[in-house]
Design a protein around this ligand. Structure first.
Ligand SMILES: [Mg+2]
Length: 265
């Protein structure tokens, strides 16, 4: 671990940091210890903190309210979601069948898409939802087989909660892929639609902080930014993260403390 850390680039305590939500700020909405203090310390040092989540279920208002409970003040401009990335793939007026909860539906409506349950469908959007039934799966797969585009908000296989892992949107998406015979275009981290949203909103990124190497770590690599892995989510201390992170910490607070200590501050 020490060799890996020495080989990595320590993130600068400057510029824009892109920080994940699930497993970094909270677990199923329950704030992770001292996360508000960690963000406050970053902001004191002039770091702009932008939060990027692959979770497409909450609406922007719900995210802002959850952040407030974690003692982090944000505006919608500080939040990027896989729901917004997925919506960027459809056009105004497109007829969209959404197998997804509020956040994805909100982003699609803001984009000018029409949410439909019947009739011709231009695109099927699959996100995280509790309303995933055999009938909804059949409806989505049929629409795709009849020519609709298949778009996934993200492909995270699991979702971290304080009581362990739940199925993620990726687990739902693969069943639509299997039933329709089509591979989905995926919008969230580490894929191009999210990269384009990040670049448009933030320009250059000084660090990506996340708990999942296959999304947060790959995104960091594609943005040319150091990847700071935190062990407060889906990655356990004994795991061998791929890609290897530049720096590892127990949680966001420890990461910030580690970096400020390294600077002798
Ligand atoms: Mg995460």
């Amino acid at each position: 671990m020490n060799d890996e850390r020495r080989a990595g680039r320590n993130p600068e305590l400057a510029g824009t940091w892109l920080v994940d939500l699930d497993g970094v700020v909270w677990l199923a909405g329950e704030p992770i210890d001292r996360v508000g203090e960690a963000v406050a310390r970053l902001r004191e040092r002039g770091v702009r903190v932008v939060f990027a989540t692959n979770n497409s279920a909450p609406t922007v208002d719900e995210l802002v309210a959850r952040m407030r409970r974690a003692e982090i003040a944000v505006t919608p401009a500080d939040l990027l979601t896989s729901a917004q990335a997925a919506a960027s793939l459809v056009s105004r007026g497109d007829r969209v069948l959404a197998l997804a909860d509020g956040g994805a539906r909100e982003a699609l409506v803001e984009r000018g898409a029409e949410l439909v349950e019947n009739g011709p469908v231009d695109a099927v959007v699959v996100g995280w939802t509790h309303e995933f039934t055999f009938d909804r799966l059949a409806q989505a797969a049929t629409a795709v087989r009849e020519g609709a585009r298949l778009i996934g908000t993200n492909e995270d296989p699991t979702h971290p909660t304080p009581r362990g892992l739940l199925p993620g949107a990726g687990a739902l998406l693969v069943s639509v892929e299997a039933a329709s015979g089509q591979q989905a275009e995926v919008a969230g981290k580490p894929h191009r639609p999210m990269i384009e949203l990040v670049t448009a909103r933030c320009g250059e990124v000084a660090a990506v902080v996340g708990d999942r190497p296959s999304t947060d770590g790959l995104l960091a690599g594609r943005l040319g930014a150091p990847f700071a892995l935190v062990l407060s989510g889906v990655t356990a201390p004994g795991d061998r993260p791929d890609p290897a992170p530049d720096v590892v910490a127990g949680d966001l607070f420890e990461l910030v403390a580690q970096l400020t200590d390294a600077k002798g501050a």
